[in-house]
Design a protein around this ligand. Structure first.
Ligand SMILES: [Zn+2]
Length: 433
């Protein structure tokens, strides 16, 4: 007779204690799944753990035998446990039931929203399922209201950057863009500005895809191509509502770029996000979408480029001289290595992760006459970067290095966001020009 499959015990009991306790009951001392144990409370226990950990996502990944469960915490995924095939089926069906999704396995991806009530509060969930070669996969996004309610003071911006943004908020004209890749905190930054703007006497309208968070004080419209609420239609509808402030979820193509720039030129305050590697990259992106230097210079006022890095746990981080390998990384970037860098260790406060929470790395670019002239004369990204470096502009890497030497984050985190982005430090740009 074939031996029953064995699974490792819960992999990270410190990461998901309730979940792992519950799961433990499903295994014998040898790690064999107990007959008749289906783990009916596993999803609930995992959601409570995920909430305590500030996890953003739960991943359920079927494998050739059983399934792996992982949590994304502060941008990094961690293995939590392995489930048997039977437990996995019940686990996935429990989530489907929460979202009102038919338990029959489908051959097309599907998603739905759900609410989960627990003693600690209410969780909004976006549940997505997709077929894979080894079975159905599940991803659960925990929609965190806190990330939409942050004050601009809590984003991790330097005092200088913060003052530039506050200056813009006082004048409020033209176009503000939050720039960066997916998951860099652009939406949090946009919402933190909206919290400041909505306290004034202004009509604020937003066009989003999807509306992730409902905010009092503004009118939010969701793009829905199935019901003819496409981006151009939505933008036209917004402009008919006499807005002072327009928020466009993301500039992602020529139509949204033209709409945003022309609304800003027509006197509206325009907030949006854009996918590019640094602040100056926004100009190149707008040009690629067919906007002239004149239009860009007339509309663009502030670009904030950003990334998110994990914050070292202050309870257990240690300072050390950079290793030879780390020193050579600094040399390769054209930078002088600091005398010490901080490293993660892991303690009970940080669930042995060495990190707690995340902070933003920012480049704040308030455009001035000098920049406008460079843009009008057709100057490319390199020219703009060089002219900014000559005038002591702080690039993304400059802010990252400040947070590294202060012990806020580790060199691993800085290297992760700096990968492929060099030169992003004023020191490097100056040297290469
Ligand atoms: Zn710690």
């Amino acid at each position: 007779m074939e031996n029953p499959p064995t699974f490792p015990r819960p992999l990270r009991p410190e990461l998901a204690p309730f979940f792992c306790n519950e799961l433990q009951q499903g295994f014998t001392a040898e790690g064999t799944p107990q007959a008749g144990y289906f783990g009916l409370d596993l999803p609930k226990q995992l959601l409570v753990d995920a909430w305590h950990l500030n996890a953003s996502d739960i991943h359920y990944e079927p494998q050739s035998s059983g399934a792996r469960v992982r949590l994304r915490v502060d941008g990094t995924v961690w293995d939590v446990a392995h489930l048997s095939r039977e437990q996995g089926k019940v686990f996935i069906n429990q989530f489907k039931a929460m979202a009102g999704i038919d338990p029959v396995v489908r051959f097309t991806p599907t998603h739905a929203n759900a609410k989960f009530h627990m003693v600690e509060g209410k969780l909004d969930l976006r549940i997505s399922l997709a077929p894979s070669a080894t079975g159905e996969t599940l991803a659960v996004r925990l929609l965190d209201a806190k990330c939409f309610e942050r004050s601009i003071l809590d984003l991790g911006m330097s005092l200088e950057g913060l003052n530039q943004v506050k200056d813009w908020l006082n004048q409020t004209n033209g176009m503000f863009l939050a720039a960066g890749p997916t998951g860099s905190g652009k939406t949090s930054t946009t919402y933190s500005l909206l919290h400041e703007l909505k306290s004034g006497n202004r009509v604020i309208l937003s066009l989003e895809d999807p509306v992730e968070y409902q905010m009092d004080g503004l009118i939010q419209i969701q793009i829905n191509a199935l019901q003819d609420m496409t981006f151009p239609e939505g933008a036209k509808a917004l402009l008919r509502h006499d807005p002072d402030v327009l928020v466009l979820g993301e500039i992602r193509d020529s139509i949204s770029a033209q709409t945003a720039v022309h609304a800003a030129i027509a006197g509206r305050i325009l907030l949006s996000t854009i996918h590019c590697r640094d602040a100056v990259g926004a100009v190149a992106a707008l040009r690629n979408w067919g906007l002239s230097g004149r239009e860009i210079a007339d509309a663009l006022t502030v670009v904030v480029a950003q990334r998110l890095v994990r914050k070292l746990c202050e309870n257990c981080r240690i300072a050390a001289k950079p290793s030879n390998l780390e020193n050579s990384w600094f040399s390769a970037q054209g930078l002088r290595a600091p005398s010490r860098v901080f490293q993660p260790v892991g303690c009970d406060h940080c669930k042995k992760l060495g990190y707690r929470g995340r902070t933003g790395i920012f480049e704040v670019w308030g455009l001035d006459e000098h920049n406008f002239e460079t843009i009008l004369s057709g100057g490319d990204e390199r020219m703009l970067r060089r002219s900014l470096a000559r005038r002591d502009h702080n690039f993304l890497l400059d802010d990252a290095l400040l947070k590294l030497t202060a012990g806020t984050t580790s060199l691993d985190e800085v290297r992760r966001i700096a990968g492929g982005l060099s030169p992003l430090s004023k020191r490097v740009v100056r040297r290469s020009s």
